[in-house]
Design a protein around this ligand. Structure first.
Ligand code: PLP
Length: 295
């Protein structure tokens, strides 16, 4: 089967009186529109991983994630679409939620494991799938050189050169890919990473692991709102206003934090008047369903 998705990810302007006051122009790349389940950066990260699995004649994708992992869901949906079996190894005790329901609906087998064992993913792979010759290991979040390669293609699609690009970071694979893409095109764009974890400084090592050339970029570590999956009233109310103002859904785990950071930095006058800034909508809006009671 040909592993291919027709990409629809337009760049759209976002307007706000505060942007006019600061003299900046803001755009958003709608990777969230790529696919409802294989959403945003998750398709980009999986594309070459799936091709590699296919090349090795593997028919069973095995990957890892937390109970709300967008990557698990994307892998389940991609496996179903492209004719693979799939297994998801989930961190923590057995639970059910919207994400895991959608994973199962796409035919993914779920295996739950305690947090200690979860740390050693190759060992889990061996334990659960050691005698399945068809099984293909995909790291948590799709973190891999193939994942970064897929993400670098985002830059090929850009209609113009921006002064800044902003992106939310989990594993840093998407960030690395975009930085590599900017380098390939010799764009003089400043890349800005917004890690969604506490103490996000470590993301630099994770990003650098997948860079094809050394590069400078900014990391804003102050927008984690207490840690992964955490949110406060300010973030939630920012998201409500953003969605109501723009008609574009964002969520509290990734894109909400990245957008909040961008608005905050613009407001603080961080960017020269005349700057063109592109935010990457990396998808993941199903995450909203897990946090409805916060709104
Ligand atoms: C997974 C995910 C990210 C993180 O991507 P990394 O490549 O792991 O840094 C960002 N945004 C959304 C919406 C995601 O689902």
């Amino acid at each position: 089967m040909n592993i291919h998705l027709e990409i629809f990810s337009p760049v759209q302007p976002i307007s706000n009186p505060m942007f006019d006051a600061r003299g900046v122009k803001v755009f958003i790349k709608r990777d969230d529109l790529i696919h409802p389940m294989i959403s945003g950066n998750k398709w980009r990260k999986l594309k070459y991983v799936l091709k590699k699995a296919q090349h090795q004649h593997k028919t069973h994708l095995v990957t890892f994630g937390g109970a709300y992992s967008n990557h698990l869901l994307a892998t389940a949906a991609a496996a179903a679409k492209f004719g693979f079996k799939s297994t998801g190894i989930v961190r923590g005790e057995q639970v059910d939620n919207n994400t895991l329901f959608l994973c199962r609906l796409h035919g993914m087998q779920l295996k739950f494991t305690d947090r200690d064992s979860y740390r050693d993913k190759p060992a889990l792979f061996k334990q659960f799938l050691g005698d399945d010759e068809q099984a293909f290991f995909i790291d948590e979040g799709g973190a891999s050189a193939e994942g970064a390669l897929g993400c670098s293609e985002l830059v090929d699609e850009l209609p113009e050169i921006y002064d800044h690009i902003f992106c939310a970071c989990g594993t840093g694979t998407t960030a690395a890919g975009i930085i590599n893409g900017l380098n390939n095109h010799q764009h003089k764009t400043t890349f800005n990473a917004v890690p969604v974890f506490k103490n996000g400084g470590f993301i630099k090592d994770e990003i650098d692991r997948f860079l094809t050339h050394p590069a400078n970029y900014n990391v804003y570590t102050d927008y984690h709102f207490g840690g992964y999956g955490k949110a406060n009233h300010e973030l939630i109310s920012f998201i409500k206003n953003f969605v109501a103002d723009t008609g574009i859904l964002i969520e509290p785990v990734y894109t909400g934090k990245m957008m909040y950071a961008l608005y905050d930095l613009i407001e603080k006058g961080k960017f020269e008047p005349g700057s063109k800034i592109l935010a990457i909508h990396s998808g993941g809006i199903w995450g909203l369903l897990g946090m409805k009671d916060r709104f």
